[in-house]
Design a protein around this ligand. Structure first.
Ligand SMILES: Cc1cc2nc3c(=O)[nH]c(=O)nc-3n(C[C@H](O)[C@H](O)[C@H](O)COP(=O)(O)O)c2cc1C
Length: 182
């Protein structure tokens, strides 16, 4: 299976990005986790441009999402909400066929940010995604340098844990309706 990893932070030293990169590194054989690099290049959502001639970056994102067996999203919370770049990307996908029935797992680089978890769950359910019911993967990387964060994520028990979480998501993605939807 091939999962697309989407980070809600554009920060160079983003802990959410480092977390997703660890999911890519520690994926068991047969599972690929690929980072989505498109979010920062998207224009601001404009319903007037959301047609067959939509911007090429948007078409690229939609194609990546369509081709993925599932999405793994890690996002910080900004002012109790979803960061603009991520919400912008989701808005571009609202009217398309890519998100409905797409398995999605949220993972968290902070044990805080409970509002963004709720908002993301609500938005994704509204968009008819199949939300992995959890338990949520979380690790507190807030304030950690990239080196410290990678060191925590590369510890043997953490590698095993991440591989197990991914295996669980594979099982969910293979048959999302077997579990309660969020
Ligand atoms: C503009 C801004 C607003 C924030 N608002 C919140 C917030 O409401 N709740 C919270 O828990 N953290 C908040 N934070 C902290 C970030 O969520 C936290 O630093 C996060 O771990 C950063 O993720 P990153 O390392 O992937 O960029 C805010 C940070 C910024 C820059």
């Amino acid at each position: 299976m091939r999962f697309l990893a989407i980070c809600g932070s554009l920060r160079a030293a983003s802990t959410n990005r480092i977390l997703l990169e660890a999911f890519a590194r520690h994926a068991p054989e047969g599972i690929a986790v690929v980072m989505c690099e498109t979010i920062r290049d998207l224009p601001l959502f404009d319903p007037d441009r959301d047609d067959e001639y939509r911007p090429s970056a948007v078409a690229g994102l939609a194609r990546q999402v369509a081709e993925a067996d599932g999405l793994i999203i890690a996002s910080p919370e900004y002012a109790h909400g979803i960061p603009g770049p991520l919400k912008n990307a989701l808005d571009w996908l609202v009217s398309g066929s890519e998100i409905p029935n797409k398995p999605v797992m949220l993972v968290h680089a902070s044990v805080r940010g409970l509002c963004v978890r709720e908002h993301l769950s609500e938005v994704l359910k509204t968009m008819s995604a199949k939300l992995h019911p959890g338990p949520a993967f979380e690790i507190h990387l807030v304030g950690k340098s990239p080196e410290e964060a990678r060191e925590m994520l590369d510890r043997p028990r953490m590698r095993e844990h991440i591989a197990g979480v991914l295996a669980g998501f594979v099982a969910f993605a293979a048959d999302p309706d077997a579990s309660a939807n969020g």
